[in-house]
Design a protein around this ligand. Structure first.
Ligand code: SF4
Length: 386
């Protein structure tokens, strides 16, 4: 799919929109382009540089530990990966250094320099530990980092640390956010949406309004890794929350986005149509620029040992950068090809009129059923029977 023509998406019978009654008070996607051909080139590549991390968060996808894996990609292998990323068509995909904690890589700065020399724009998601000082952040800025991604899962220390499992990490996160602001480096705040956090979301939003945040991305829990110890919210609550997110996106002082909740695009499109917006207006909105992107289609993930996966939350290795070419795997591996084609998805996602712009969370389908092409069990919407 090379472009997203919303005029071809039928107006569906509206699903009743529940209201968010309990709390009335209230993604680093720099190169989004609806004209990208995501079946040939990803927009975002995540590289899990290491599994080593000083935190032990309760929902860690990577099940991070204190030491690197002995088979972690070496410096030379990392450079080879970077050259493969640079070999995609222009504009070069944006790269996110993630982990574990990328600050645990002793060759972080040479790898960042090498990526920049190849014309790759790089963001980083460091863990909020005492290592994340303003000096380190200033050095990252000097070496050309584009933005920082920080996790904030609670509006206060008790709420945040109950989720992240490490005393002190709320203050480190706030300090890092303030440091990034003082350095003039954009920040994306990532917030987990789960039963354990959902009632605190409005308070987190209020807190974020006191910082110069570029984007707030609400990550809807996928039960993989240590995330299995937390509870996802219900589909109905999710629908309420997505409507609330849409309302805030109209007035928030920063961009508001979702991660692993592509059906937010359905909610946003329905709301925009209800408001009488025409196609040209919809195509100028930030949410439109994410239409069509999903796990393995516009996004890919490289594990610390070089496995090529559709997404961090969809840990199915389709190849390895030590032996395979990234571009070839992304374009030609059978599972990537299947993920590029929403017409082949099963269940309601396969017949849904929103499948091209949404397609459901492939990671959640996989976590729930073992089949990444199954329908997203979280979605509240019932497409008309075809
Ligand atoms: S049924 Fe699937 S494709 Fe349709 S809106 Fe829901 S998650 Fe998206």
């Amino acid at each position: 799919m090379s472009s997203m023509d919303i005029r071809t998406i039928p107006t569906s019978t509206p699903t009743p929109t529940p209201t968010l009654n309990a709390h009335p008070s209230t993604h680093t996607h720099p190169h989004h382009s609806a004209s990208h051909d995501y079946s040939r080139n990803p927009m975002l590549v995540y590289w899990e540089m290491t599994q080593a991390c000083g935190l032990a968060c309760r929902h860690c996808r990577a099940e991070a530990v204190s030491t690197p894996h002995p088979d972690e990609l070496t410096y030379e292998e990392g450079k080879n990966l970077l050259r493969q990323i640079a070999a995609f068509d222009k504009p070069t995909p944006h790269l996110v250094f993630t982990g574990g904690d990328p600050l645990r890589r002793t060759d972080l700065f040479p790898l960042l320099d090498y990526a920049r020399s190849l014309g790759i724009n790089v963001s980083i998601t460091p863990s909020a530990t005492s290592d994340l000082t303003i000096d380190v952040m200033a050095k990252l800025k000097d070496h050309g980092i584009d933005s920082f991604g920080l996790s904030l899962d609670g509006s206060n220390a008790a709420r945040h640390e109950a989720v992240r499992g490490v005393e002190g990490c709320f203050d480190w996160t706030i300090a890092a956010a303030k440091a990034a602001a003082s350095l003039g480096v954009p920040i994306q705040i990532n917030t987990l949406v789960a039963e354990e956090t959902v009632d605190d979301i409005p308070a987190i939003y209020e807190l974020l309004k006191t910082f110069p945040v570029m984007r707030w991305s609400l990550f809807f829990l996928i039960e993989v890794g240590r995330g299995k110890v937390l509870q996802p919210i219900s589909s109905e609550r999710g629908e309420q929350l997505m409507n609330w997110i849409y309302d805030q996106s109209k007035i928030a002082p920063f961009a508001v986005a979702t991660t692993e909740a592509p059906s937010y695009r359905r909610v946003a499109l329905s709301r925009m149509r209800e408001a009488g917006m025409v196609a040209a207006e919809i195509e100028r909105t930030p949410v439109y620029r994410g239409f069509g992107i999903r796990d393995g289609h516009g996004i890919m993930f490289i594990s610390n040992q070089g496995d090529i996966c559709p997404a961090g939350f969809l840990p199915l290795a389709m190849g390895n950068v030590r032996t395979d070419q990234l571009q070839d795997v992304y374009r030609n591996a059978p599972m990537f090809q299947a993920l590029h084609n929403p017409n082949g998805f099963k269940g309601k996602c396969g017949r849904c009129e929103y499948r091209a712009l949404c397609g459901g969370s492939r990671a959640r389908a996989f976590a729930a059923t073992g089949d990444p092409l199954a329908s997203d069990p979280f979605c509240y919407y019932e497409p008309a029977a075809s």
